[in-house]
Design a protein around this ligand. Structure first.
Ligand SMILES: [Zn+2]
Length: 144
């Protein structure tokens, strides 16, 4: 971990105290959000009462697809481009969120347990630029 790390986009996630997404939850209706919106978007919510909430820990892989093409600018990636997996994960804390998966498509399966992690997206000037990703939980890897 001597590698210098910097978030691709500041303010969206943290690695302190474990990887987590910096979102919000409505105190009135309980709806979780990431990223945090300016007000609650639940049409049947009587009162928008958003408060910051960090979402982390485990979840379940709801669906995934494989990107066989390099993402367009301004997105960056390490050369040579390698296909990567994009997952849709239901976090146990009640948030459905999209993120890049750590690992190969052949190891993925819908319903697998995953963990939120912060990992490099690309490297530049000796620095790793990070984002949130999902990694198959230990048990899911063994049974894949
Ligand atoms: Zn609400």
């Amino acid at each position: 971990m001597s590698e210098l790390r910097e978030p691709c986009v500041p303010g969206l996630f943290t690695e302190e105290g474990g990887a987590s997404l910096l979102g919000a939850r409505c105190r009135s209706c309980g709806t979780p959000y990431f990223p945090a919106p300016s007000h609650c978007r639940n049409p049947s919510c009587a009162e928008s009462a958003l408060e910051p909430q960090a979402f982390g820990g485990g979840g379940t892989l709801w669906s995934y697809s494989v990107a066989n093409f390099a993402p367009p600018a301004p997105h960056r990636f390490d050369e040579p481009f390698r296909p990567y997996v994009i997952g849709v994960v239901d976090l146990d804390q009640g948030l459905r969120v999209v993120g890049q998966m750590v690992g190969e498509a052949a190891d993925m399966r819908v319903g697998a347990r995953v963990d939120l992690v912060v990992a490099p997206i690309y490297h530049e000037d000796g620095k790793a630029f990070t984002s949130w990703k999902f990694e198959l939980s230990r048990g899911s890897r063994e049974h894949a």
